[in-house]
Design a protein around this ligand. Structure first.
Ligand code: SF4
Length: 856
């Protein structure tokens, strides 16, 4: 580890936490180190409580400063004891060799993190492919960004979270934020939203909770978790119906719109209101705001993306943006708000199972040849794609699965879905090595723990949410005995007999640039000097020929063409599917998870910060007052949440900011308050993103308000369920092309019929004509019922669906009734609908029946 000059000095660097990567100025040398916010382009002097408190942890008494090993090698019940680097690395090398000799190269796996620098992420990917020759590598960004990334690549040809600078938000006339809460997760970013609102811009927030972001919005849409796709399709339906789509843009810059046009015909506003809970008026206001704004931006985030249909949901919002002509238009576009500090760079340089540096595909022969040449290896020696993060974790210790694993900067025992199942799988490993600053819940399970340098003690680059590559400069020396992960990987690679690994960040960055050259995420024209001089450089930034001007970097993408072979963006028709788990009698509510202001990710760092603990000391389950009243729960009571995976306990926070049918818990804690002990690992079929944001939950009060909540009994380990691909409705055949109306067919069951009563408890078919079967491939919905009764007694009509009663319509003596039915559920193809009637025994007369349906 190179040491900076002794004595006090100040260094411009960046906050260790989220993707905003706020600039800070650190004063260090004479500990304790301090920092102040810098006037860097993204934070402009702002900083949140997490950033302010970050230096506290550099000298924290629980900081690991020596490698830890098991007192009895191979026995994880024996205590972790301090050891030497030599011993620790020897044990790792021995385990790697033993496992690969017995079980093959892929039996050794690597798991990385979105907090690693670009250099570390690159080196980790190279270490797996060159030193270990294993395909088994993935990272926790799979739990974070992969759905938005997959959607962006499909639609736009390139995944860079925001394809424009954050400053564009301040200039926009309307911004729609879907499933994002920057007021709590990255407060300094709110200055851009606030500046827009001060100019009269509209901020529209889509979130099941009335978050601090939503409270300041001009409009808050509060959908049921897991219904954002239906909402986006519904907004596009309205845009079409109102003639608001940009036909010229669609014709000039996109392909595939006709199929989407046909698909969204089925998302008429009333149906979308029923699916999502968002009133029609709010849907319409959102569409008109977006369409009328000269500069309009749609930003999605994890709330919309962490679902089993997360990729399709992101695609639905991209479809809307494309139809309104936003991407590539000045000051407009679609983007996704990255979460982790280097969530963007971490997925560009090879620590993802299917990627090589430069955002290259590992299956692409040309990509393999290019990267192999940089690495000085045979392209054939580079393994193919491995399993995605959860799939790798779920196969730990099994035949064909990973048996020895190296984890860098990731606390999967807390952050993985169905966390207790993952903890159980970690216990099945033959050997686990973890590199971290603290003894995280994952490190506690390891055979060897390596103490790694923290953010202020290492050199490297990060790529923030805008695609701006920034420098994390070393501001101080690491404690004796602590090493940068770059150095640890270089040392391990050498011990495994692999050459060409450096522990110097500048050397690795230069190599990363060469490896990325010509790829989608081309860093070859970026240097540390340029980053220093320009306050960061936006990729792609290819190297130019000697003597030519430097490439300026690319703050705004897609202004001329999209990154697809023909330069056009692709529409993708996507359909709403129900959440993998829906509430039922046993688990009657919807659970959603997320972050709170004063904690970050798995909390390995922030839970150890004294100042942050004062703000957010314990995890709280947010419940609506109506739900709390129903369940007999008061503010602060201990509550137990149970799902099909396990149970966890929290303090109740009764608040009307959440829907009455939804419970929210933060995921920063482990142990008895582990939100991820509850979450559903059902995976998105494209991105392999788990469905963190929605599952079915039961809530029980287990105690009065108290400071500490006893943990629940350990949960039984359920058997993993096979993932069932989402079942969408059978696509409807596109009907005649129209842009301003719904392609639907009215259907009626109507007429005047005689009735003879057999008793009110004995309804029967009125007439064979009062029967309708929904054609295969189509969907129908009952819109209204009108009925009249000529008898002197109460009668009733019964709407029967596939032989089962669906709705009752009582009609008084000589009376009539009219019932709007737009809240009745969809009738899928093949469904049979009939009308039955009942009247008191012996009563005769006539009834008038008129049931209106719409078929799409
Ligand atoms: S956590 Fe994010 S918003 Fe807060 S100071 Fe750090 S980079 Fe800035």
């Amino acid at each position: 580890m190179p040491h900076p000059a002794t004595g006090t000095r100040t260094t411009a660097t960046h906050c260790p936490y989220c993707s905003l990567q706020c600039g800070v100025t650190m004063t260090a040398g004479d500990r304790p180190a301090t920092l102040v916010p810098a006037d860097f382009p993204v934070n402009r002097g702002g900083l949140c409580s997490k950033g302010w408190s970050a230096p506290e942890l550099l000298d924290h008494p629980e900081r690991l400063t020596r490698p830890l090993v098991r007192a009895v090698p191979g026995d994880r019940t024996s205590p972790l004891v301090e050891s030497t680097w030599d011993d620790a690395l020897d044990r790792i090398v021995t385990a790697v060799r033993t496992t690969q000799d017995r079980h093959g190269r892929d039996a050794v796996g690597c798991f990385g993190g979105g907090g690693l620098t670009n250099e570390q992420a690159y080196q980790f990917g190279k270490f797996a492919r060159v030193a270990l020759r294993t395909s088994a590598i993935d990272y926790n960004g799979r739990f974070c960004m992969s759905s938005a990334a997959g959607a962006a690549i499909k639609a736009l040809g390139l995944d860079r979270g925001m394809p424009f600078p954050l400053a564009d938000v301040a200039e926009a006339d309307v911004v729609v934020l879907v499933g994002s809460n920057p007021a709590d997760t990255m407060p300094p970013a709110m200055q851009y939203f606030d500046a827009g609102r001060a100019r009269g811009a509209e901020l529209i927030v889509v979130d099941p909770r009335r978050t601090n972001t939503a409270k300041n919005a001009s409009l808050h849409l509060q959908p049921l978790p897991g219904t954002d796709l239906a909402l986006a399709n519904g907004l596009l339906h309205i845009a079409l119906a109102e003639g608001l789509v940009d036909e010229a843009y669609i014709a000039a810059r996109t392909t595939g719109f006709d199929d989407v046009r046909a698909g969204v015909a089925g998302y008429w506003p009333d149906r979308v209101e029923r699916l999502t809970g968002v009133p029609v008026a709010q849907q319409r206001r959102t569409v008109f705001a977006l369409a009328r704004g000269k500069r309009a931006i749609i930003l999605s985030a994890r709330g919309a993306e962490q679902h089993r249909s997360g990729t399709d949901t992101a695609l639905a919002w991209i479809n809307l943006a494309l139809a309104l002509g936003l991407p590539g238009r000045e000051g407009s576009g679609w983007g996704t708000v990255t979460g982790q500090g280097n969530g963007q760079g971490g997925r560009e340089h090879g620590q993802k199972a299917d990627q090589l540096p430069g955002y290259r595909k590992i299956t692409d022969p040309a990509a393999r040849a290019h990267v192999a040449a940089v690495w000085g290896v045979d392209p054939e020696s580079i393994p193919g794609p491995g399993r995605s993060a959860f799939e790798m974790l779920d196969a730990l210790g099994t035949d064909g699965g990973v048996r020895t694993m190296l984890v860098l900067a990731s606390n999967i025992a807390v952050s993985a879905p169905d966390a207790r199942r993952v903890i159980s799988r970690l216990g099945n490993l033959d050997f686990l090595a973890v590199s971290d600053f603290f003894l995280s819940e994952t490190a506690e399970l390891a055979d060897v723990v390596l103490p790694s340098a923290m953010w202020a003690e290492e050199e490297g680059t990060m790529t923030n949410l805008e695609g701006r590559v920034v420098r994390r400069r070393q501001a101080m020396s690491a404690p004796d005995g602590v090493r940068d992960d770059l150095q640890s990987l270089a040392e391990l690679a050498g011990r495994l007999g692999a050459a060409g690994f450096s522990g110097d960040a500048g050397t690795v960055f230069a190599e990363l640039g060469r490896a990325s050259a010509g790829g989608a995420a081309d860093y070859s024209g970026i240097s540390y000097d340029r980053i220093d001089a320009e306050d960061g450089v936006f990729w792609p930034c290819p190297q130019t020929p000697a003597g030519a001007p430097e490439h300026p970097g690319t703050p705004r993408l897609f202004t001329e063409r999209f990154a697809t072979p023909d330069g056009r963006a692709r529409f993708h028709r996507v359909e709403h599917v129900d959440a993998h788990e829906r509430p039922d009698a046993q688990y009657p509510y919807v659970l959603t998870t997320g972050r709170v202001l004063a904690q970050y990710q798995s909390g390995t760092q922030t839970r150890r910060s004294r100042s942050l603990q004062l703000i957010a000391p314990t995890p709280r389950a947010e419940l609506h007052p109506d739900l709390a009243r129903t369940l007999g729960i008061a503010q602060g009571d201990a509550v137990e949440l149970a799902t099909r995976r396990g149970r966890a306990r929290f303090h109740a926070q009764v608040t009307d900011t959440i829907r009455p049918d939804v419970v929210f818990v933060p995921f920063h804690w482990g142990g008895g308050a582990s939100a991820n002990a509850l979450t559903d690992p059902a995976l998105d079929p494209t991105s392999r993103m788990p469905a963190f944001k929605v599952c079915a939950v039961a809530v029980t009060r287990v105690g009065v308000a108290e400071e500490r909540i006893p943990a629940p009994e350990p949960a039984a380990q359920p058997q993993p369920l096979a993932h069932t691909p989402p079942t969408a409705h059978t696509p409807h055949a596109p009907s005649r092309r129209r842009t301003t109306s719904v392609k639907s067919t009215p259907r009626f069951l109507s007429g005047v019929y005689p009735i003879t009563g057999e008793g009110l408890g004995k309804p029967g078919p009125v007439d064979p004509a009062l029967r309708y079967q929904v054609p295969e491939g189509r969907t129908a919905q009952a819109l209204y019922f009108r009925g009249g009764n000529s008898t002197d007694e109460l009668v009733y009509l019964l709407l029967v669906r596939d032989g089962e009663p669906m709705r009752w319509f009582p009609i008084g003596a000589k009376g009539d009734c009219h019932v709007p039915l737009r809240v009745v559920e969809d009738l899928d193809g093949g469904t049979v609908v009939e009308l039955h009637a009942a009247a008191p025994l012996g009563v005769t007369g006539e009834i008038v029946v008129d049931l209106g349906l719409v078929e799409v």
